[in-house]
Design a protein around this ligand. Sequence first.
Ligand SMILES: Cc1cc2nc3c(=O)[nH]c(=O)nc-3n(C[C@H](O)[C@H](O)[C@H](O)COP(=O)(O)OP(=O)(O)OC[C@H]3O[C@@H](n4cnc5c(N)ncnc54)[C@H](O)[C@@H]3O)c2cc1C
Length: 345
Amino acid sequence: MQANGTVPAVEHGVNLRTFNAFGLPAQAHTLVRIDSDATLRRVIDHPELGRAPKFILGGGSNIVFTRDPQAVVLKVEVRGRRLIEERRDAWIVEAGAGENWHDTVAWTIEQGWPGLENLALIPGSVGAAPVQNIGAYGVELRERFESLDVVDLVTGRSATLSLDACHFGYRDSVFKHSLAGKSVITRVRFRLPRPWKPVLGYLELERKVAETGITQPDAQTILEWVCAIRRAKLPDPAQIGNVGSFFKNPVVSAEQCRDIIGRDPEVVHYPLPDGSVKLAAGWLIDACGWKGKSIGRAGVYEKQALVLVNRGGASGAEVLTLARAIQESVYGRFGIRLEPEPVVV
Ligand SMILES: Cc1cc2nc3c(=O)[nH]c(=O)nc-3n(C[C@H](O)[C@H](O)[C@H](O)COP(=O)(O)OP(=O)(O)OC[C@H]3O[C@@H](n4cnc5c(N)ncnc54)[C@H](O)[C@@H]3O)c2cc1C
């Protein structure tokens, strides 16, 4: 296909082990690097590639490969970062979907446009951030979101989606539902509010304020705190394969929560504005005795039961066997079905 010159950078038989943070074995029969909307359109217009099913790959930090993807893998590598507009109430910043997320966060702060610091060190790409509305330490992407550009994988048409059109929810968006696998996000624009206000309500950040005595940290200090907190409790995928939180925190009714508290008074829970209650999935898993346990070469991280890890050479099937065993024991004890956070292929 490369020979006819219509689609650049088509690769065959690509080992995906280094393209997924879990380090799981998988091979792409065809992989195309997408560095621009124009390259993407050439793939869509191509007589063979255009008709084939597609799988969109960013940094691979929220994917569990249980087999070789049968679809053509589109590796999104659209680059570029710039300030679009300096409004009185916000800086509007744009980044290409293939930019590294953490580097982009650090860059905005260096440029003097704070607001993304609580989301520092989340692995992956800018383009995948809206897919599950990434969140950490009291901030979700949707709170810093302006709009994004997509290209439809069937028609090749471009569109710009606003905040409302993305239907963001807890680790959720339209890209996990009606647009799942149908549109490639090529650029994301952020709205970074002015004047900047630190978000320090999260318990571990409150502890940093108390420990350091810095009551009015700047964005760079918060970024460094967030990085230190994350490094202390989460495994680095470069050393131990993992995809961060493996399950979403379940949301239950106030009544169901009271019932659980009646039996397990220590359950970690957060009341939500609508009267429902979010439970800490990691606590539920730990309470079932899973921390540090393994099935085959897949295990539960010693420091955080919400994180499943590759103990070396694990297959996607082993990870799923472990995940199902955890789901069964949490359901058996608490009557709660844990829902996986990553995409299973
Ligand atoms: C150690 C660790 C810690 C983590 N901590 C957090 C955390 O605190 N908060 C959090 O929310 N997440 C966290 N995650 C999960 C992960 O980092 C995020 O989900 C991240 O946004 C995934 O980015 P990615 O580029 O690797 O996406 P991938 O894993 O490549 O893809 C994820 C999904 O998005 C789709 N996708 C990717 N790029 C595009 C695109 N350009 N257009 C359309 N669809 C696309 C893919 O098809 C797939 O369905 C963590 C992961 C790890 C390994």
